[in-house]
Design a protein around this ligand. Structure first.
Ligand code: HEC
Ligand code: HEC
Ligand code: HEC
Ligand code: HEC
Ligand code: HEC
Ligand code: HEC
Ligand code: HEC
Ligand code: HEC
Ligand code: HEC
Ligand code: HEC
Ligand code: HEC
Length: 403
């Protein structure tokens, strides 16, 4: 009696359409138990607890907020029901979505692109700051990973970047999202935005080449400041295309802790991709050859040049300027003196420019090596020739005996 009285009152006040007055609780009761399937073959069961905890259960219309055309719940099956239109209440988010990579791809007929339901769920939608929400920070790698971590789908749909969810999950960022201090850790949407997500080729995107320093810099302000003062950062500010930014050295999704030896060795290759001559000469040195074996303890490029504060050697602030070079080497060679630092880390032993001593020593060593190989090579050939002669002579002897 009382319940009906209240619903009638609500209906009279315009909160509920009269025809639905008795609806929601009945819908839940029946759908919590039903074992039947819908017209499209899905289970018709709705978990009452999941729904009870969702934002929409707090509204008065409950199920009918989204499935409003079901007028007479007593009559099941209800027949084909219209697709739910989230935009009817969330027009702002829907408009944003329409301009994003997923919205555009969907509109363009790409059925694999994410919809509202793929990211938010349907019956279990919660506010994003609720740890049970599909779009809460700690669940985002799973939610986005349903597609961006799904190798079969990535291949079939040619999704850009490959399995970025796995890369992210194994990175320092992915680790920190699931660690103690999650509040500061970045998840997909910290870098990409939520409804304003755009492809990296769009200059408006947070992850477009021109915006990455800003995006990473929101959390790493110290690194950003140092970088912007460096030779690379100054070029970046002037939009020089060849200049590196954060992701050229750290990657975008696979960011690793800076003191991990494997990463420190990997970053040498990144420097070398742009500084071809210098990595070639570096590889010829003791530092380079040992670093190649995976030991970052021996000098990497960054150990001598710095990382975010790299400057040209004629800049007094540079770690390799006349003023600072000795101190830089002394960091690892405490006994180094002015004579020691005359050693050239980039001496090109194949060019006379690096000094006649190194050039002629290298040439001599090459000559010696070639000489040794030629001598013993010839020696081996002559030996082989002699052996063959001896063997065939013996064979000839044996055939004569038999006949
Ligand atoms: C926030 C909007 C919303 C509310 C509220 C809502 N639904 Fe749904 N419902 C949906 C969407 C969206 C789908 C389609 C799901 C999909 O595409 O996976 C759906 C699908 C269904 C289906 C088909 C089976 C399925 O999972 O696809 C049933 C049955 C259903 N809803 C029952 C209910 C019942 C019962 C309630 C109240 C307890 C309810 N719904 C409340 C949005 C809603
Ligand atoms: C007596 C049990 C019962 C009641 C009450 C009931 N339903 Fe259903 N509902 C079913 C069954 C069984 C199906 C699966 C067969 C079908 O599709 O009609 C179903 C299907 C649905 C579907 C999926 C339709 C489709 O194929 O896409 C939706 C949505 C739905 N119900 C919503 C509601 C809502 C909202 C209410 C309350 C206003 C409600 N139901 C009340 C039993 C019930
Ligand atoms: C009938 C109107 C209506 C429809 C249809 C509807 N919603 Fe909502 N939704 C609301 C209202 C009202 C709230 C606010 C609830 C609150 O603040 O407690 C809400 C809250 C939300 C929230 C949490 C918002 C926040 O501020 O934390 C999300 C996410 C959401 N809806 C997504 C959806 C999705 C996805 C769909 C479609 C499957 C949908 N809604 C369909 C009315 C609707
Ligand atoms: C690619 C995933 C994705 C898609 C698709 C998507 N959303 Fe969202 N949405 C999010 C994320 C992530 C947030 C949380 C934003 C934040 O933390 O600032 C969010 C926030 C919201 C909010 C505010 C809720 C809150 O808790 O702050 C509403 C409402 C909402 N979305 C509705 C929709 C609707 C409606 C659609 C479809 C038109 C949609 N979303 C499509 C990921 C998505
Ligand atoms: C720390 C910031 C950051 C986080 C966290 C992050 N991304 Fe990215 N993402 C980027 C940047 C920057 C790019 C641009 C690509 C580049 O510069 O290599 C990018 C590119 C992408 C691309 C396009 C790949 C390509 O090469 O074209 C996809 C898809 C993507 N991200 C999805 C995700 C998903 C899903 C997550 C969460 C699991 C995520 N991202 C987390 C920064 C981030
Ligand atoms: C239902 C599957 C699905 C889900 C879930 C999904 N995506 Fe996507 N996403 C796609 C598809 C498919 C594309 C490729 C669209 C195209 O080809 O235009 C895409 C494209 C992207 C791109 C653009 C890459 C580029 O630079 O071209 C980014 C960034 C992205 N998704 C991030 C996310 C993030 C972050 C989430 C989670 C909040 C997410 N996606 C959830 C399917 C999904
Ligand atoms: C030219 C390559 C390069 C670029 C560009 C670069 N980094 Fe680094 N970064 C490094 C190296 C190398 C280290 C390790 C330094 C060390 O071991 O002392 C490092 C260390 C870090 C660290 C951990 C140590 C610290 O200083 O806090 C963070 C955080 C970081 N980088 C963020 C960034 C951000 C953000 C950007 C863009 C603004 C960026 N990096 C640009 C190479 C680079
Ligand atoms: C929302 C904030 C946020 C954003 C955006 C962000 N990071 Fe981080 N980053 C963190 C946090 C938190 C850690 C973990 C610190 C820890 O646990 O030591 C971290 C760790 C790192 C580390 C390892 C630091 C170390 O001590 O070795 C590097 C390198 C790094 N981030 C680079 C980047 C790059 C590059 C980008 C942009 C593509 C980026 N970050 C974007 C918050 C952020
Ligand atoms: C994406 C390409 C790129 C990456 C990665 C990169 N650099 Fe550079 N770097 C440049 C460009 C371009 C210049 C300017 C060259 C010029 O003006 O001739 C430059 C300038 C320099 C200079 C100043 C000397 C000069 O010739 O101007 C030094 C030193 C340097 N880089 C060291 C490094 C080190 C060390 C790393 C790795 C930690 C690194 N770079 C990573 C592109 C890169
Ligand atoms: C042992 C320390 C050391 C290591 C390791 C090292 N460098 Fe150098 N680098 C120097 C010194 C000293 C100079 C200046 C003398 C010269 O030009 O040969 C220099 C010069 C340079 C210059 C030109 C600078 C200018 O202002 O003209 C570039 C670019 C450079 N190095 C890049 C690299 C790269 C890339 C790596 C790693 C592959 C690397 N260096 C490894 C010490 C080092
Ligand atoms: C990050 C540490 C580090 C830095 C910085 C560094 N070195 Fe080294 N260097 C090593 C290690 C380790 C070895 C291996 C031999 C050893 O243990 O002394 C080595 C070996 C050498 C050797 C070869 C020694 C031999 O016995 O063949 C020379 C020459 C050398 N360094 C010169 C320099 C000069 C010059 C600088 C400054 C421009 C420099 N190093 C900066 C770590 C470093």
């Amino acid at each position: 009696m009382k319940a009906i009285g209240i619903t009638l009152l609500l209906a009279a006040l315009g909160f509920l359409p009269a025809a639905h007055a008795a609806g929601a609780d009945e819908c839940i009761e029946c759908h919590a138990k039903t074992t039947e399937k819908t017209a499209s073959g899905k289970s018709a069961k709705v978990d009452p607890e999941a729904f009870g905890g969702s934002v929409h259960a707090k509204g008065k219309k409950k199920c009918l907020a989204c499935h409003e055309e079901i007028e007479n719940p007593d009559k099941a099956p209800h027949g084909k029901v219209k697709a739910v239109d989230c935009a009817s209440c969330h027009d702002k988010e829907a408009a944003e979505y329409a301009t994003t990579i997923h919205g555009k791809a969907k509109a363009g007929g790409k059925s694999a692109a994410a919809t509202c339901v793929d990211c938010h769920g349907a019956h279990d939608i919660r506010k994003s700051d609720d740890p049970k929400s599909k779009v809460h920070k700690v669940n985002m790698d799973v939610t986005c990973g349903a597609c961006h971590g799904n190798d079969a789908m990535i291949k079939k749909e040619k999704m850009p970047g490959g399995n970025v969810a796995k890369l992210y999950h194994d990175s320092i960022h992915g680790e920190s999202v699931h660690g103690k201090d999650k509040s500061k850790a970045p998840t997909c949407t910290n870098c990409h935005g939520a409804h304003d997500m755009r492809p990296k080729s769009d200059p408006e995107s947070n992850v477009a080449k021109g915006k990455i320093v800003e995006t990473c810099g929101t959390c790493h302000s110290k690194a950003k400041k140092a970088f912007l003062g460096s030779v690379h950062g100054k070029m970046k500010s002037q939009n020089v295309k060849a200049a590196p930014d954060c992701t050229d050295c750290h990657g975008a999704h696979g960011v690793q802790k800076h003191d991990l030896p494997k990463w420190q060795v990997d970053v040498v290759k990144e420097c070398g991709d742009c500084h071809l001559d210098y990595i070639k000469t570096f590889r010829d040195t003791y530092h380079g050859q040992v670093t190649d074996l995976g030991y970052a303890r021996v000098a990497t490029c960054a150990a001598c040049h710095g990382s975010h504060d790299i400057q040209r050697k004629d800049n007094p602030e540079s770690k390799i300027s006349e003023r600072n070079l000795l101190a830089t080497c002394q960091g690892c060679h405490p006994k180094a003196n002015a004579n020691f630092v005359k050693f050239e880390p980039h001496a090109d032993k194949h060019s006379l420019k690096s000094g006649p001593a190194l050039y002629y020593t290298t040439k001599f060593m090459q000559f010696l090596l070639a000489g040794v190989f030629s001598f013993f090579g010839l020696h081996t050939l002559l030996w082989l020739y002699r052996s063959i002669k001896v063997v065939s002579a013996r064979r000839a002897g044996r055939t004569e005996e038999k006949s």
